[in-house]
Design a binder for this molecule. Structure first.
Ligand SMILES: [Zn+2]
Length: 113
């Protein structure tokens, strides 16, 4: 069905996931340091600002992690590489470029059109 090496894709996805997680962790540590160094940061209003900024950045990264986890679970259940909309095989080339994609090129294009 495909010449793609699923183990290789899995490694790539796990690596990407690890990078995002460690980046989020660094970010979180950075805010903690700020909080510890300056008592003013503890004021409620500022805390709220920090929280919303953190949530905003966090959400985009969390989306990426979810996409990676979704792809990993499909790899585990051998549903990987099949378009979730039309159930056809997604091309190897597309999977190489977008390993977390859920749709074939045609379906993805029909979504953005
Ligand atoms: Zn499709």
């Amino acid at each position: 069905m495909t010449s793609l090496n699923f183990n290789q894709i899995k490694d790539v996805l796990l690596k990407q996931r690890q990078e995002i997680v460690s980046r989020l962790h660094d970010f979180e540590e950075g805010w903690k340091d700020l909080g510890e160094h300056d008592i003013e940061w503890q004021e409620e209003a500022q805390k709220a600002d920090l929280t919303s900024l953190y949530d905003f950045l966090d959400e985009r990264e969390v989306d990426k992690i979810e996409a990676i986890d979704h792809a990993l679970s499909k790899l585990a259940t051998s549903g990987y590489g099949i378009c979730e909309q039309c159930q056809k095989m997604i091309s190897d080339k597309r999977l190489e470029v977008l390993p977390t994609t859920r749709w074939c090129k045609t379906c993805a294009e029909s979504k953005t059109a």
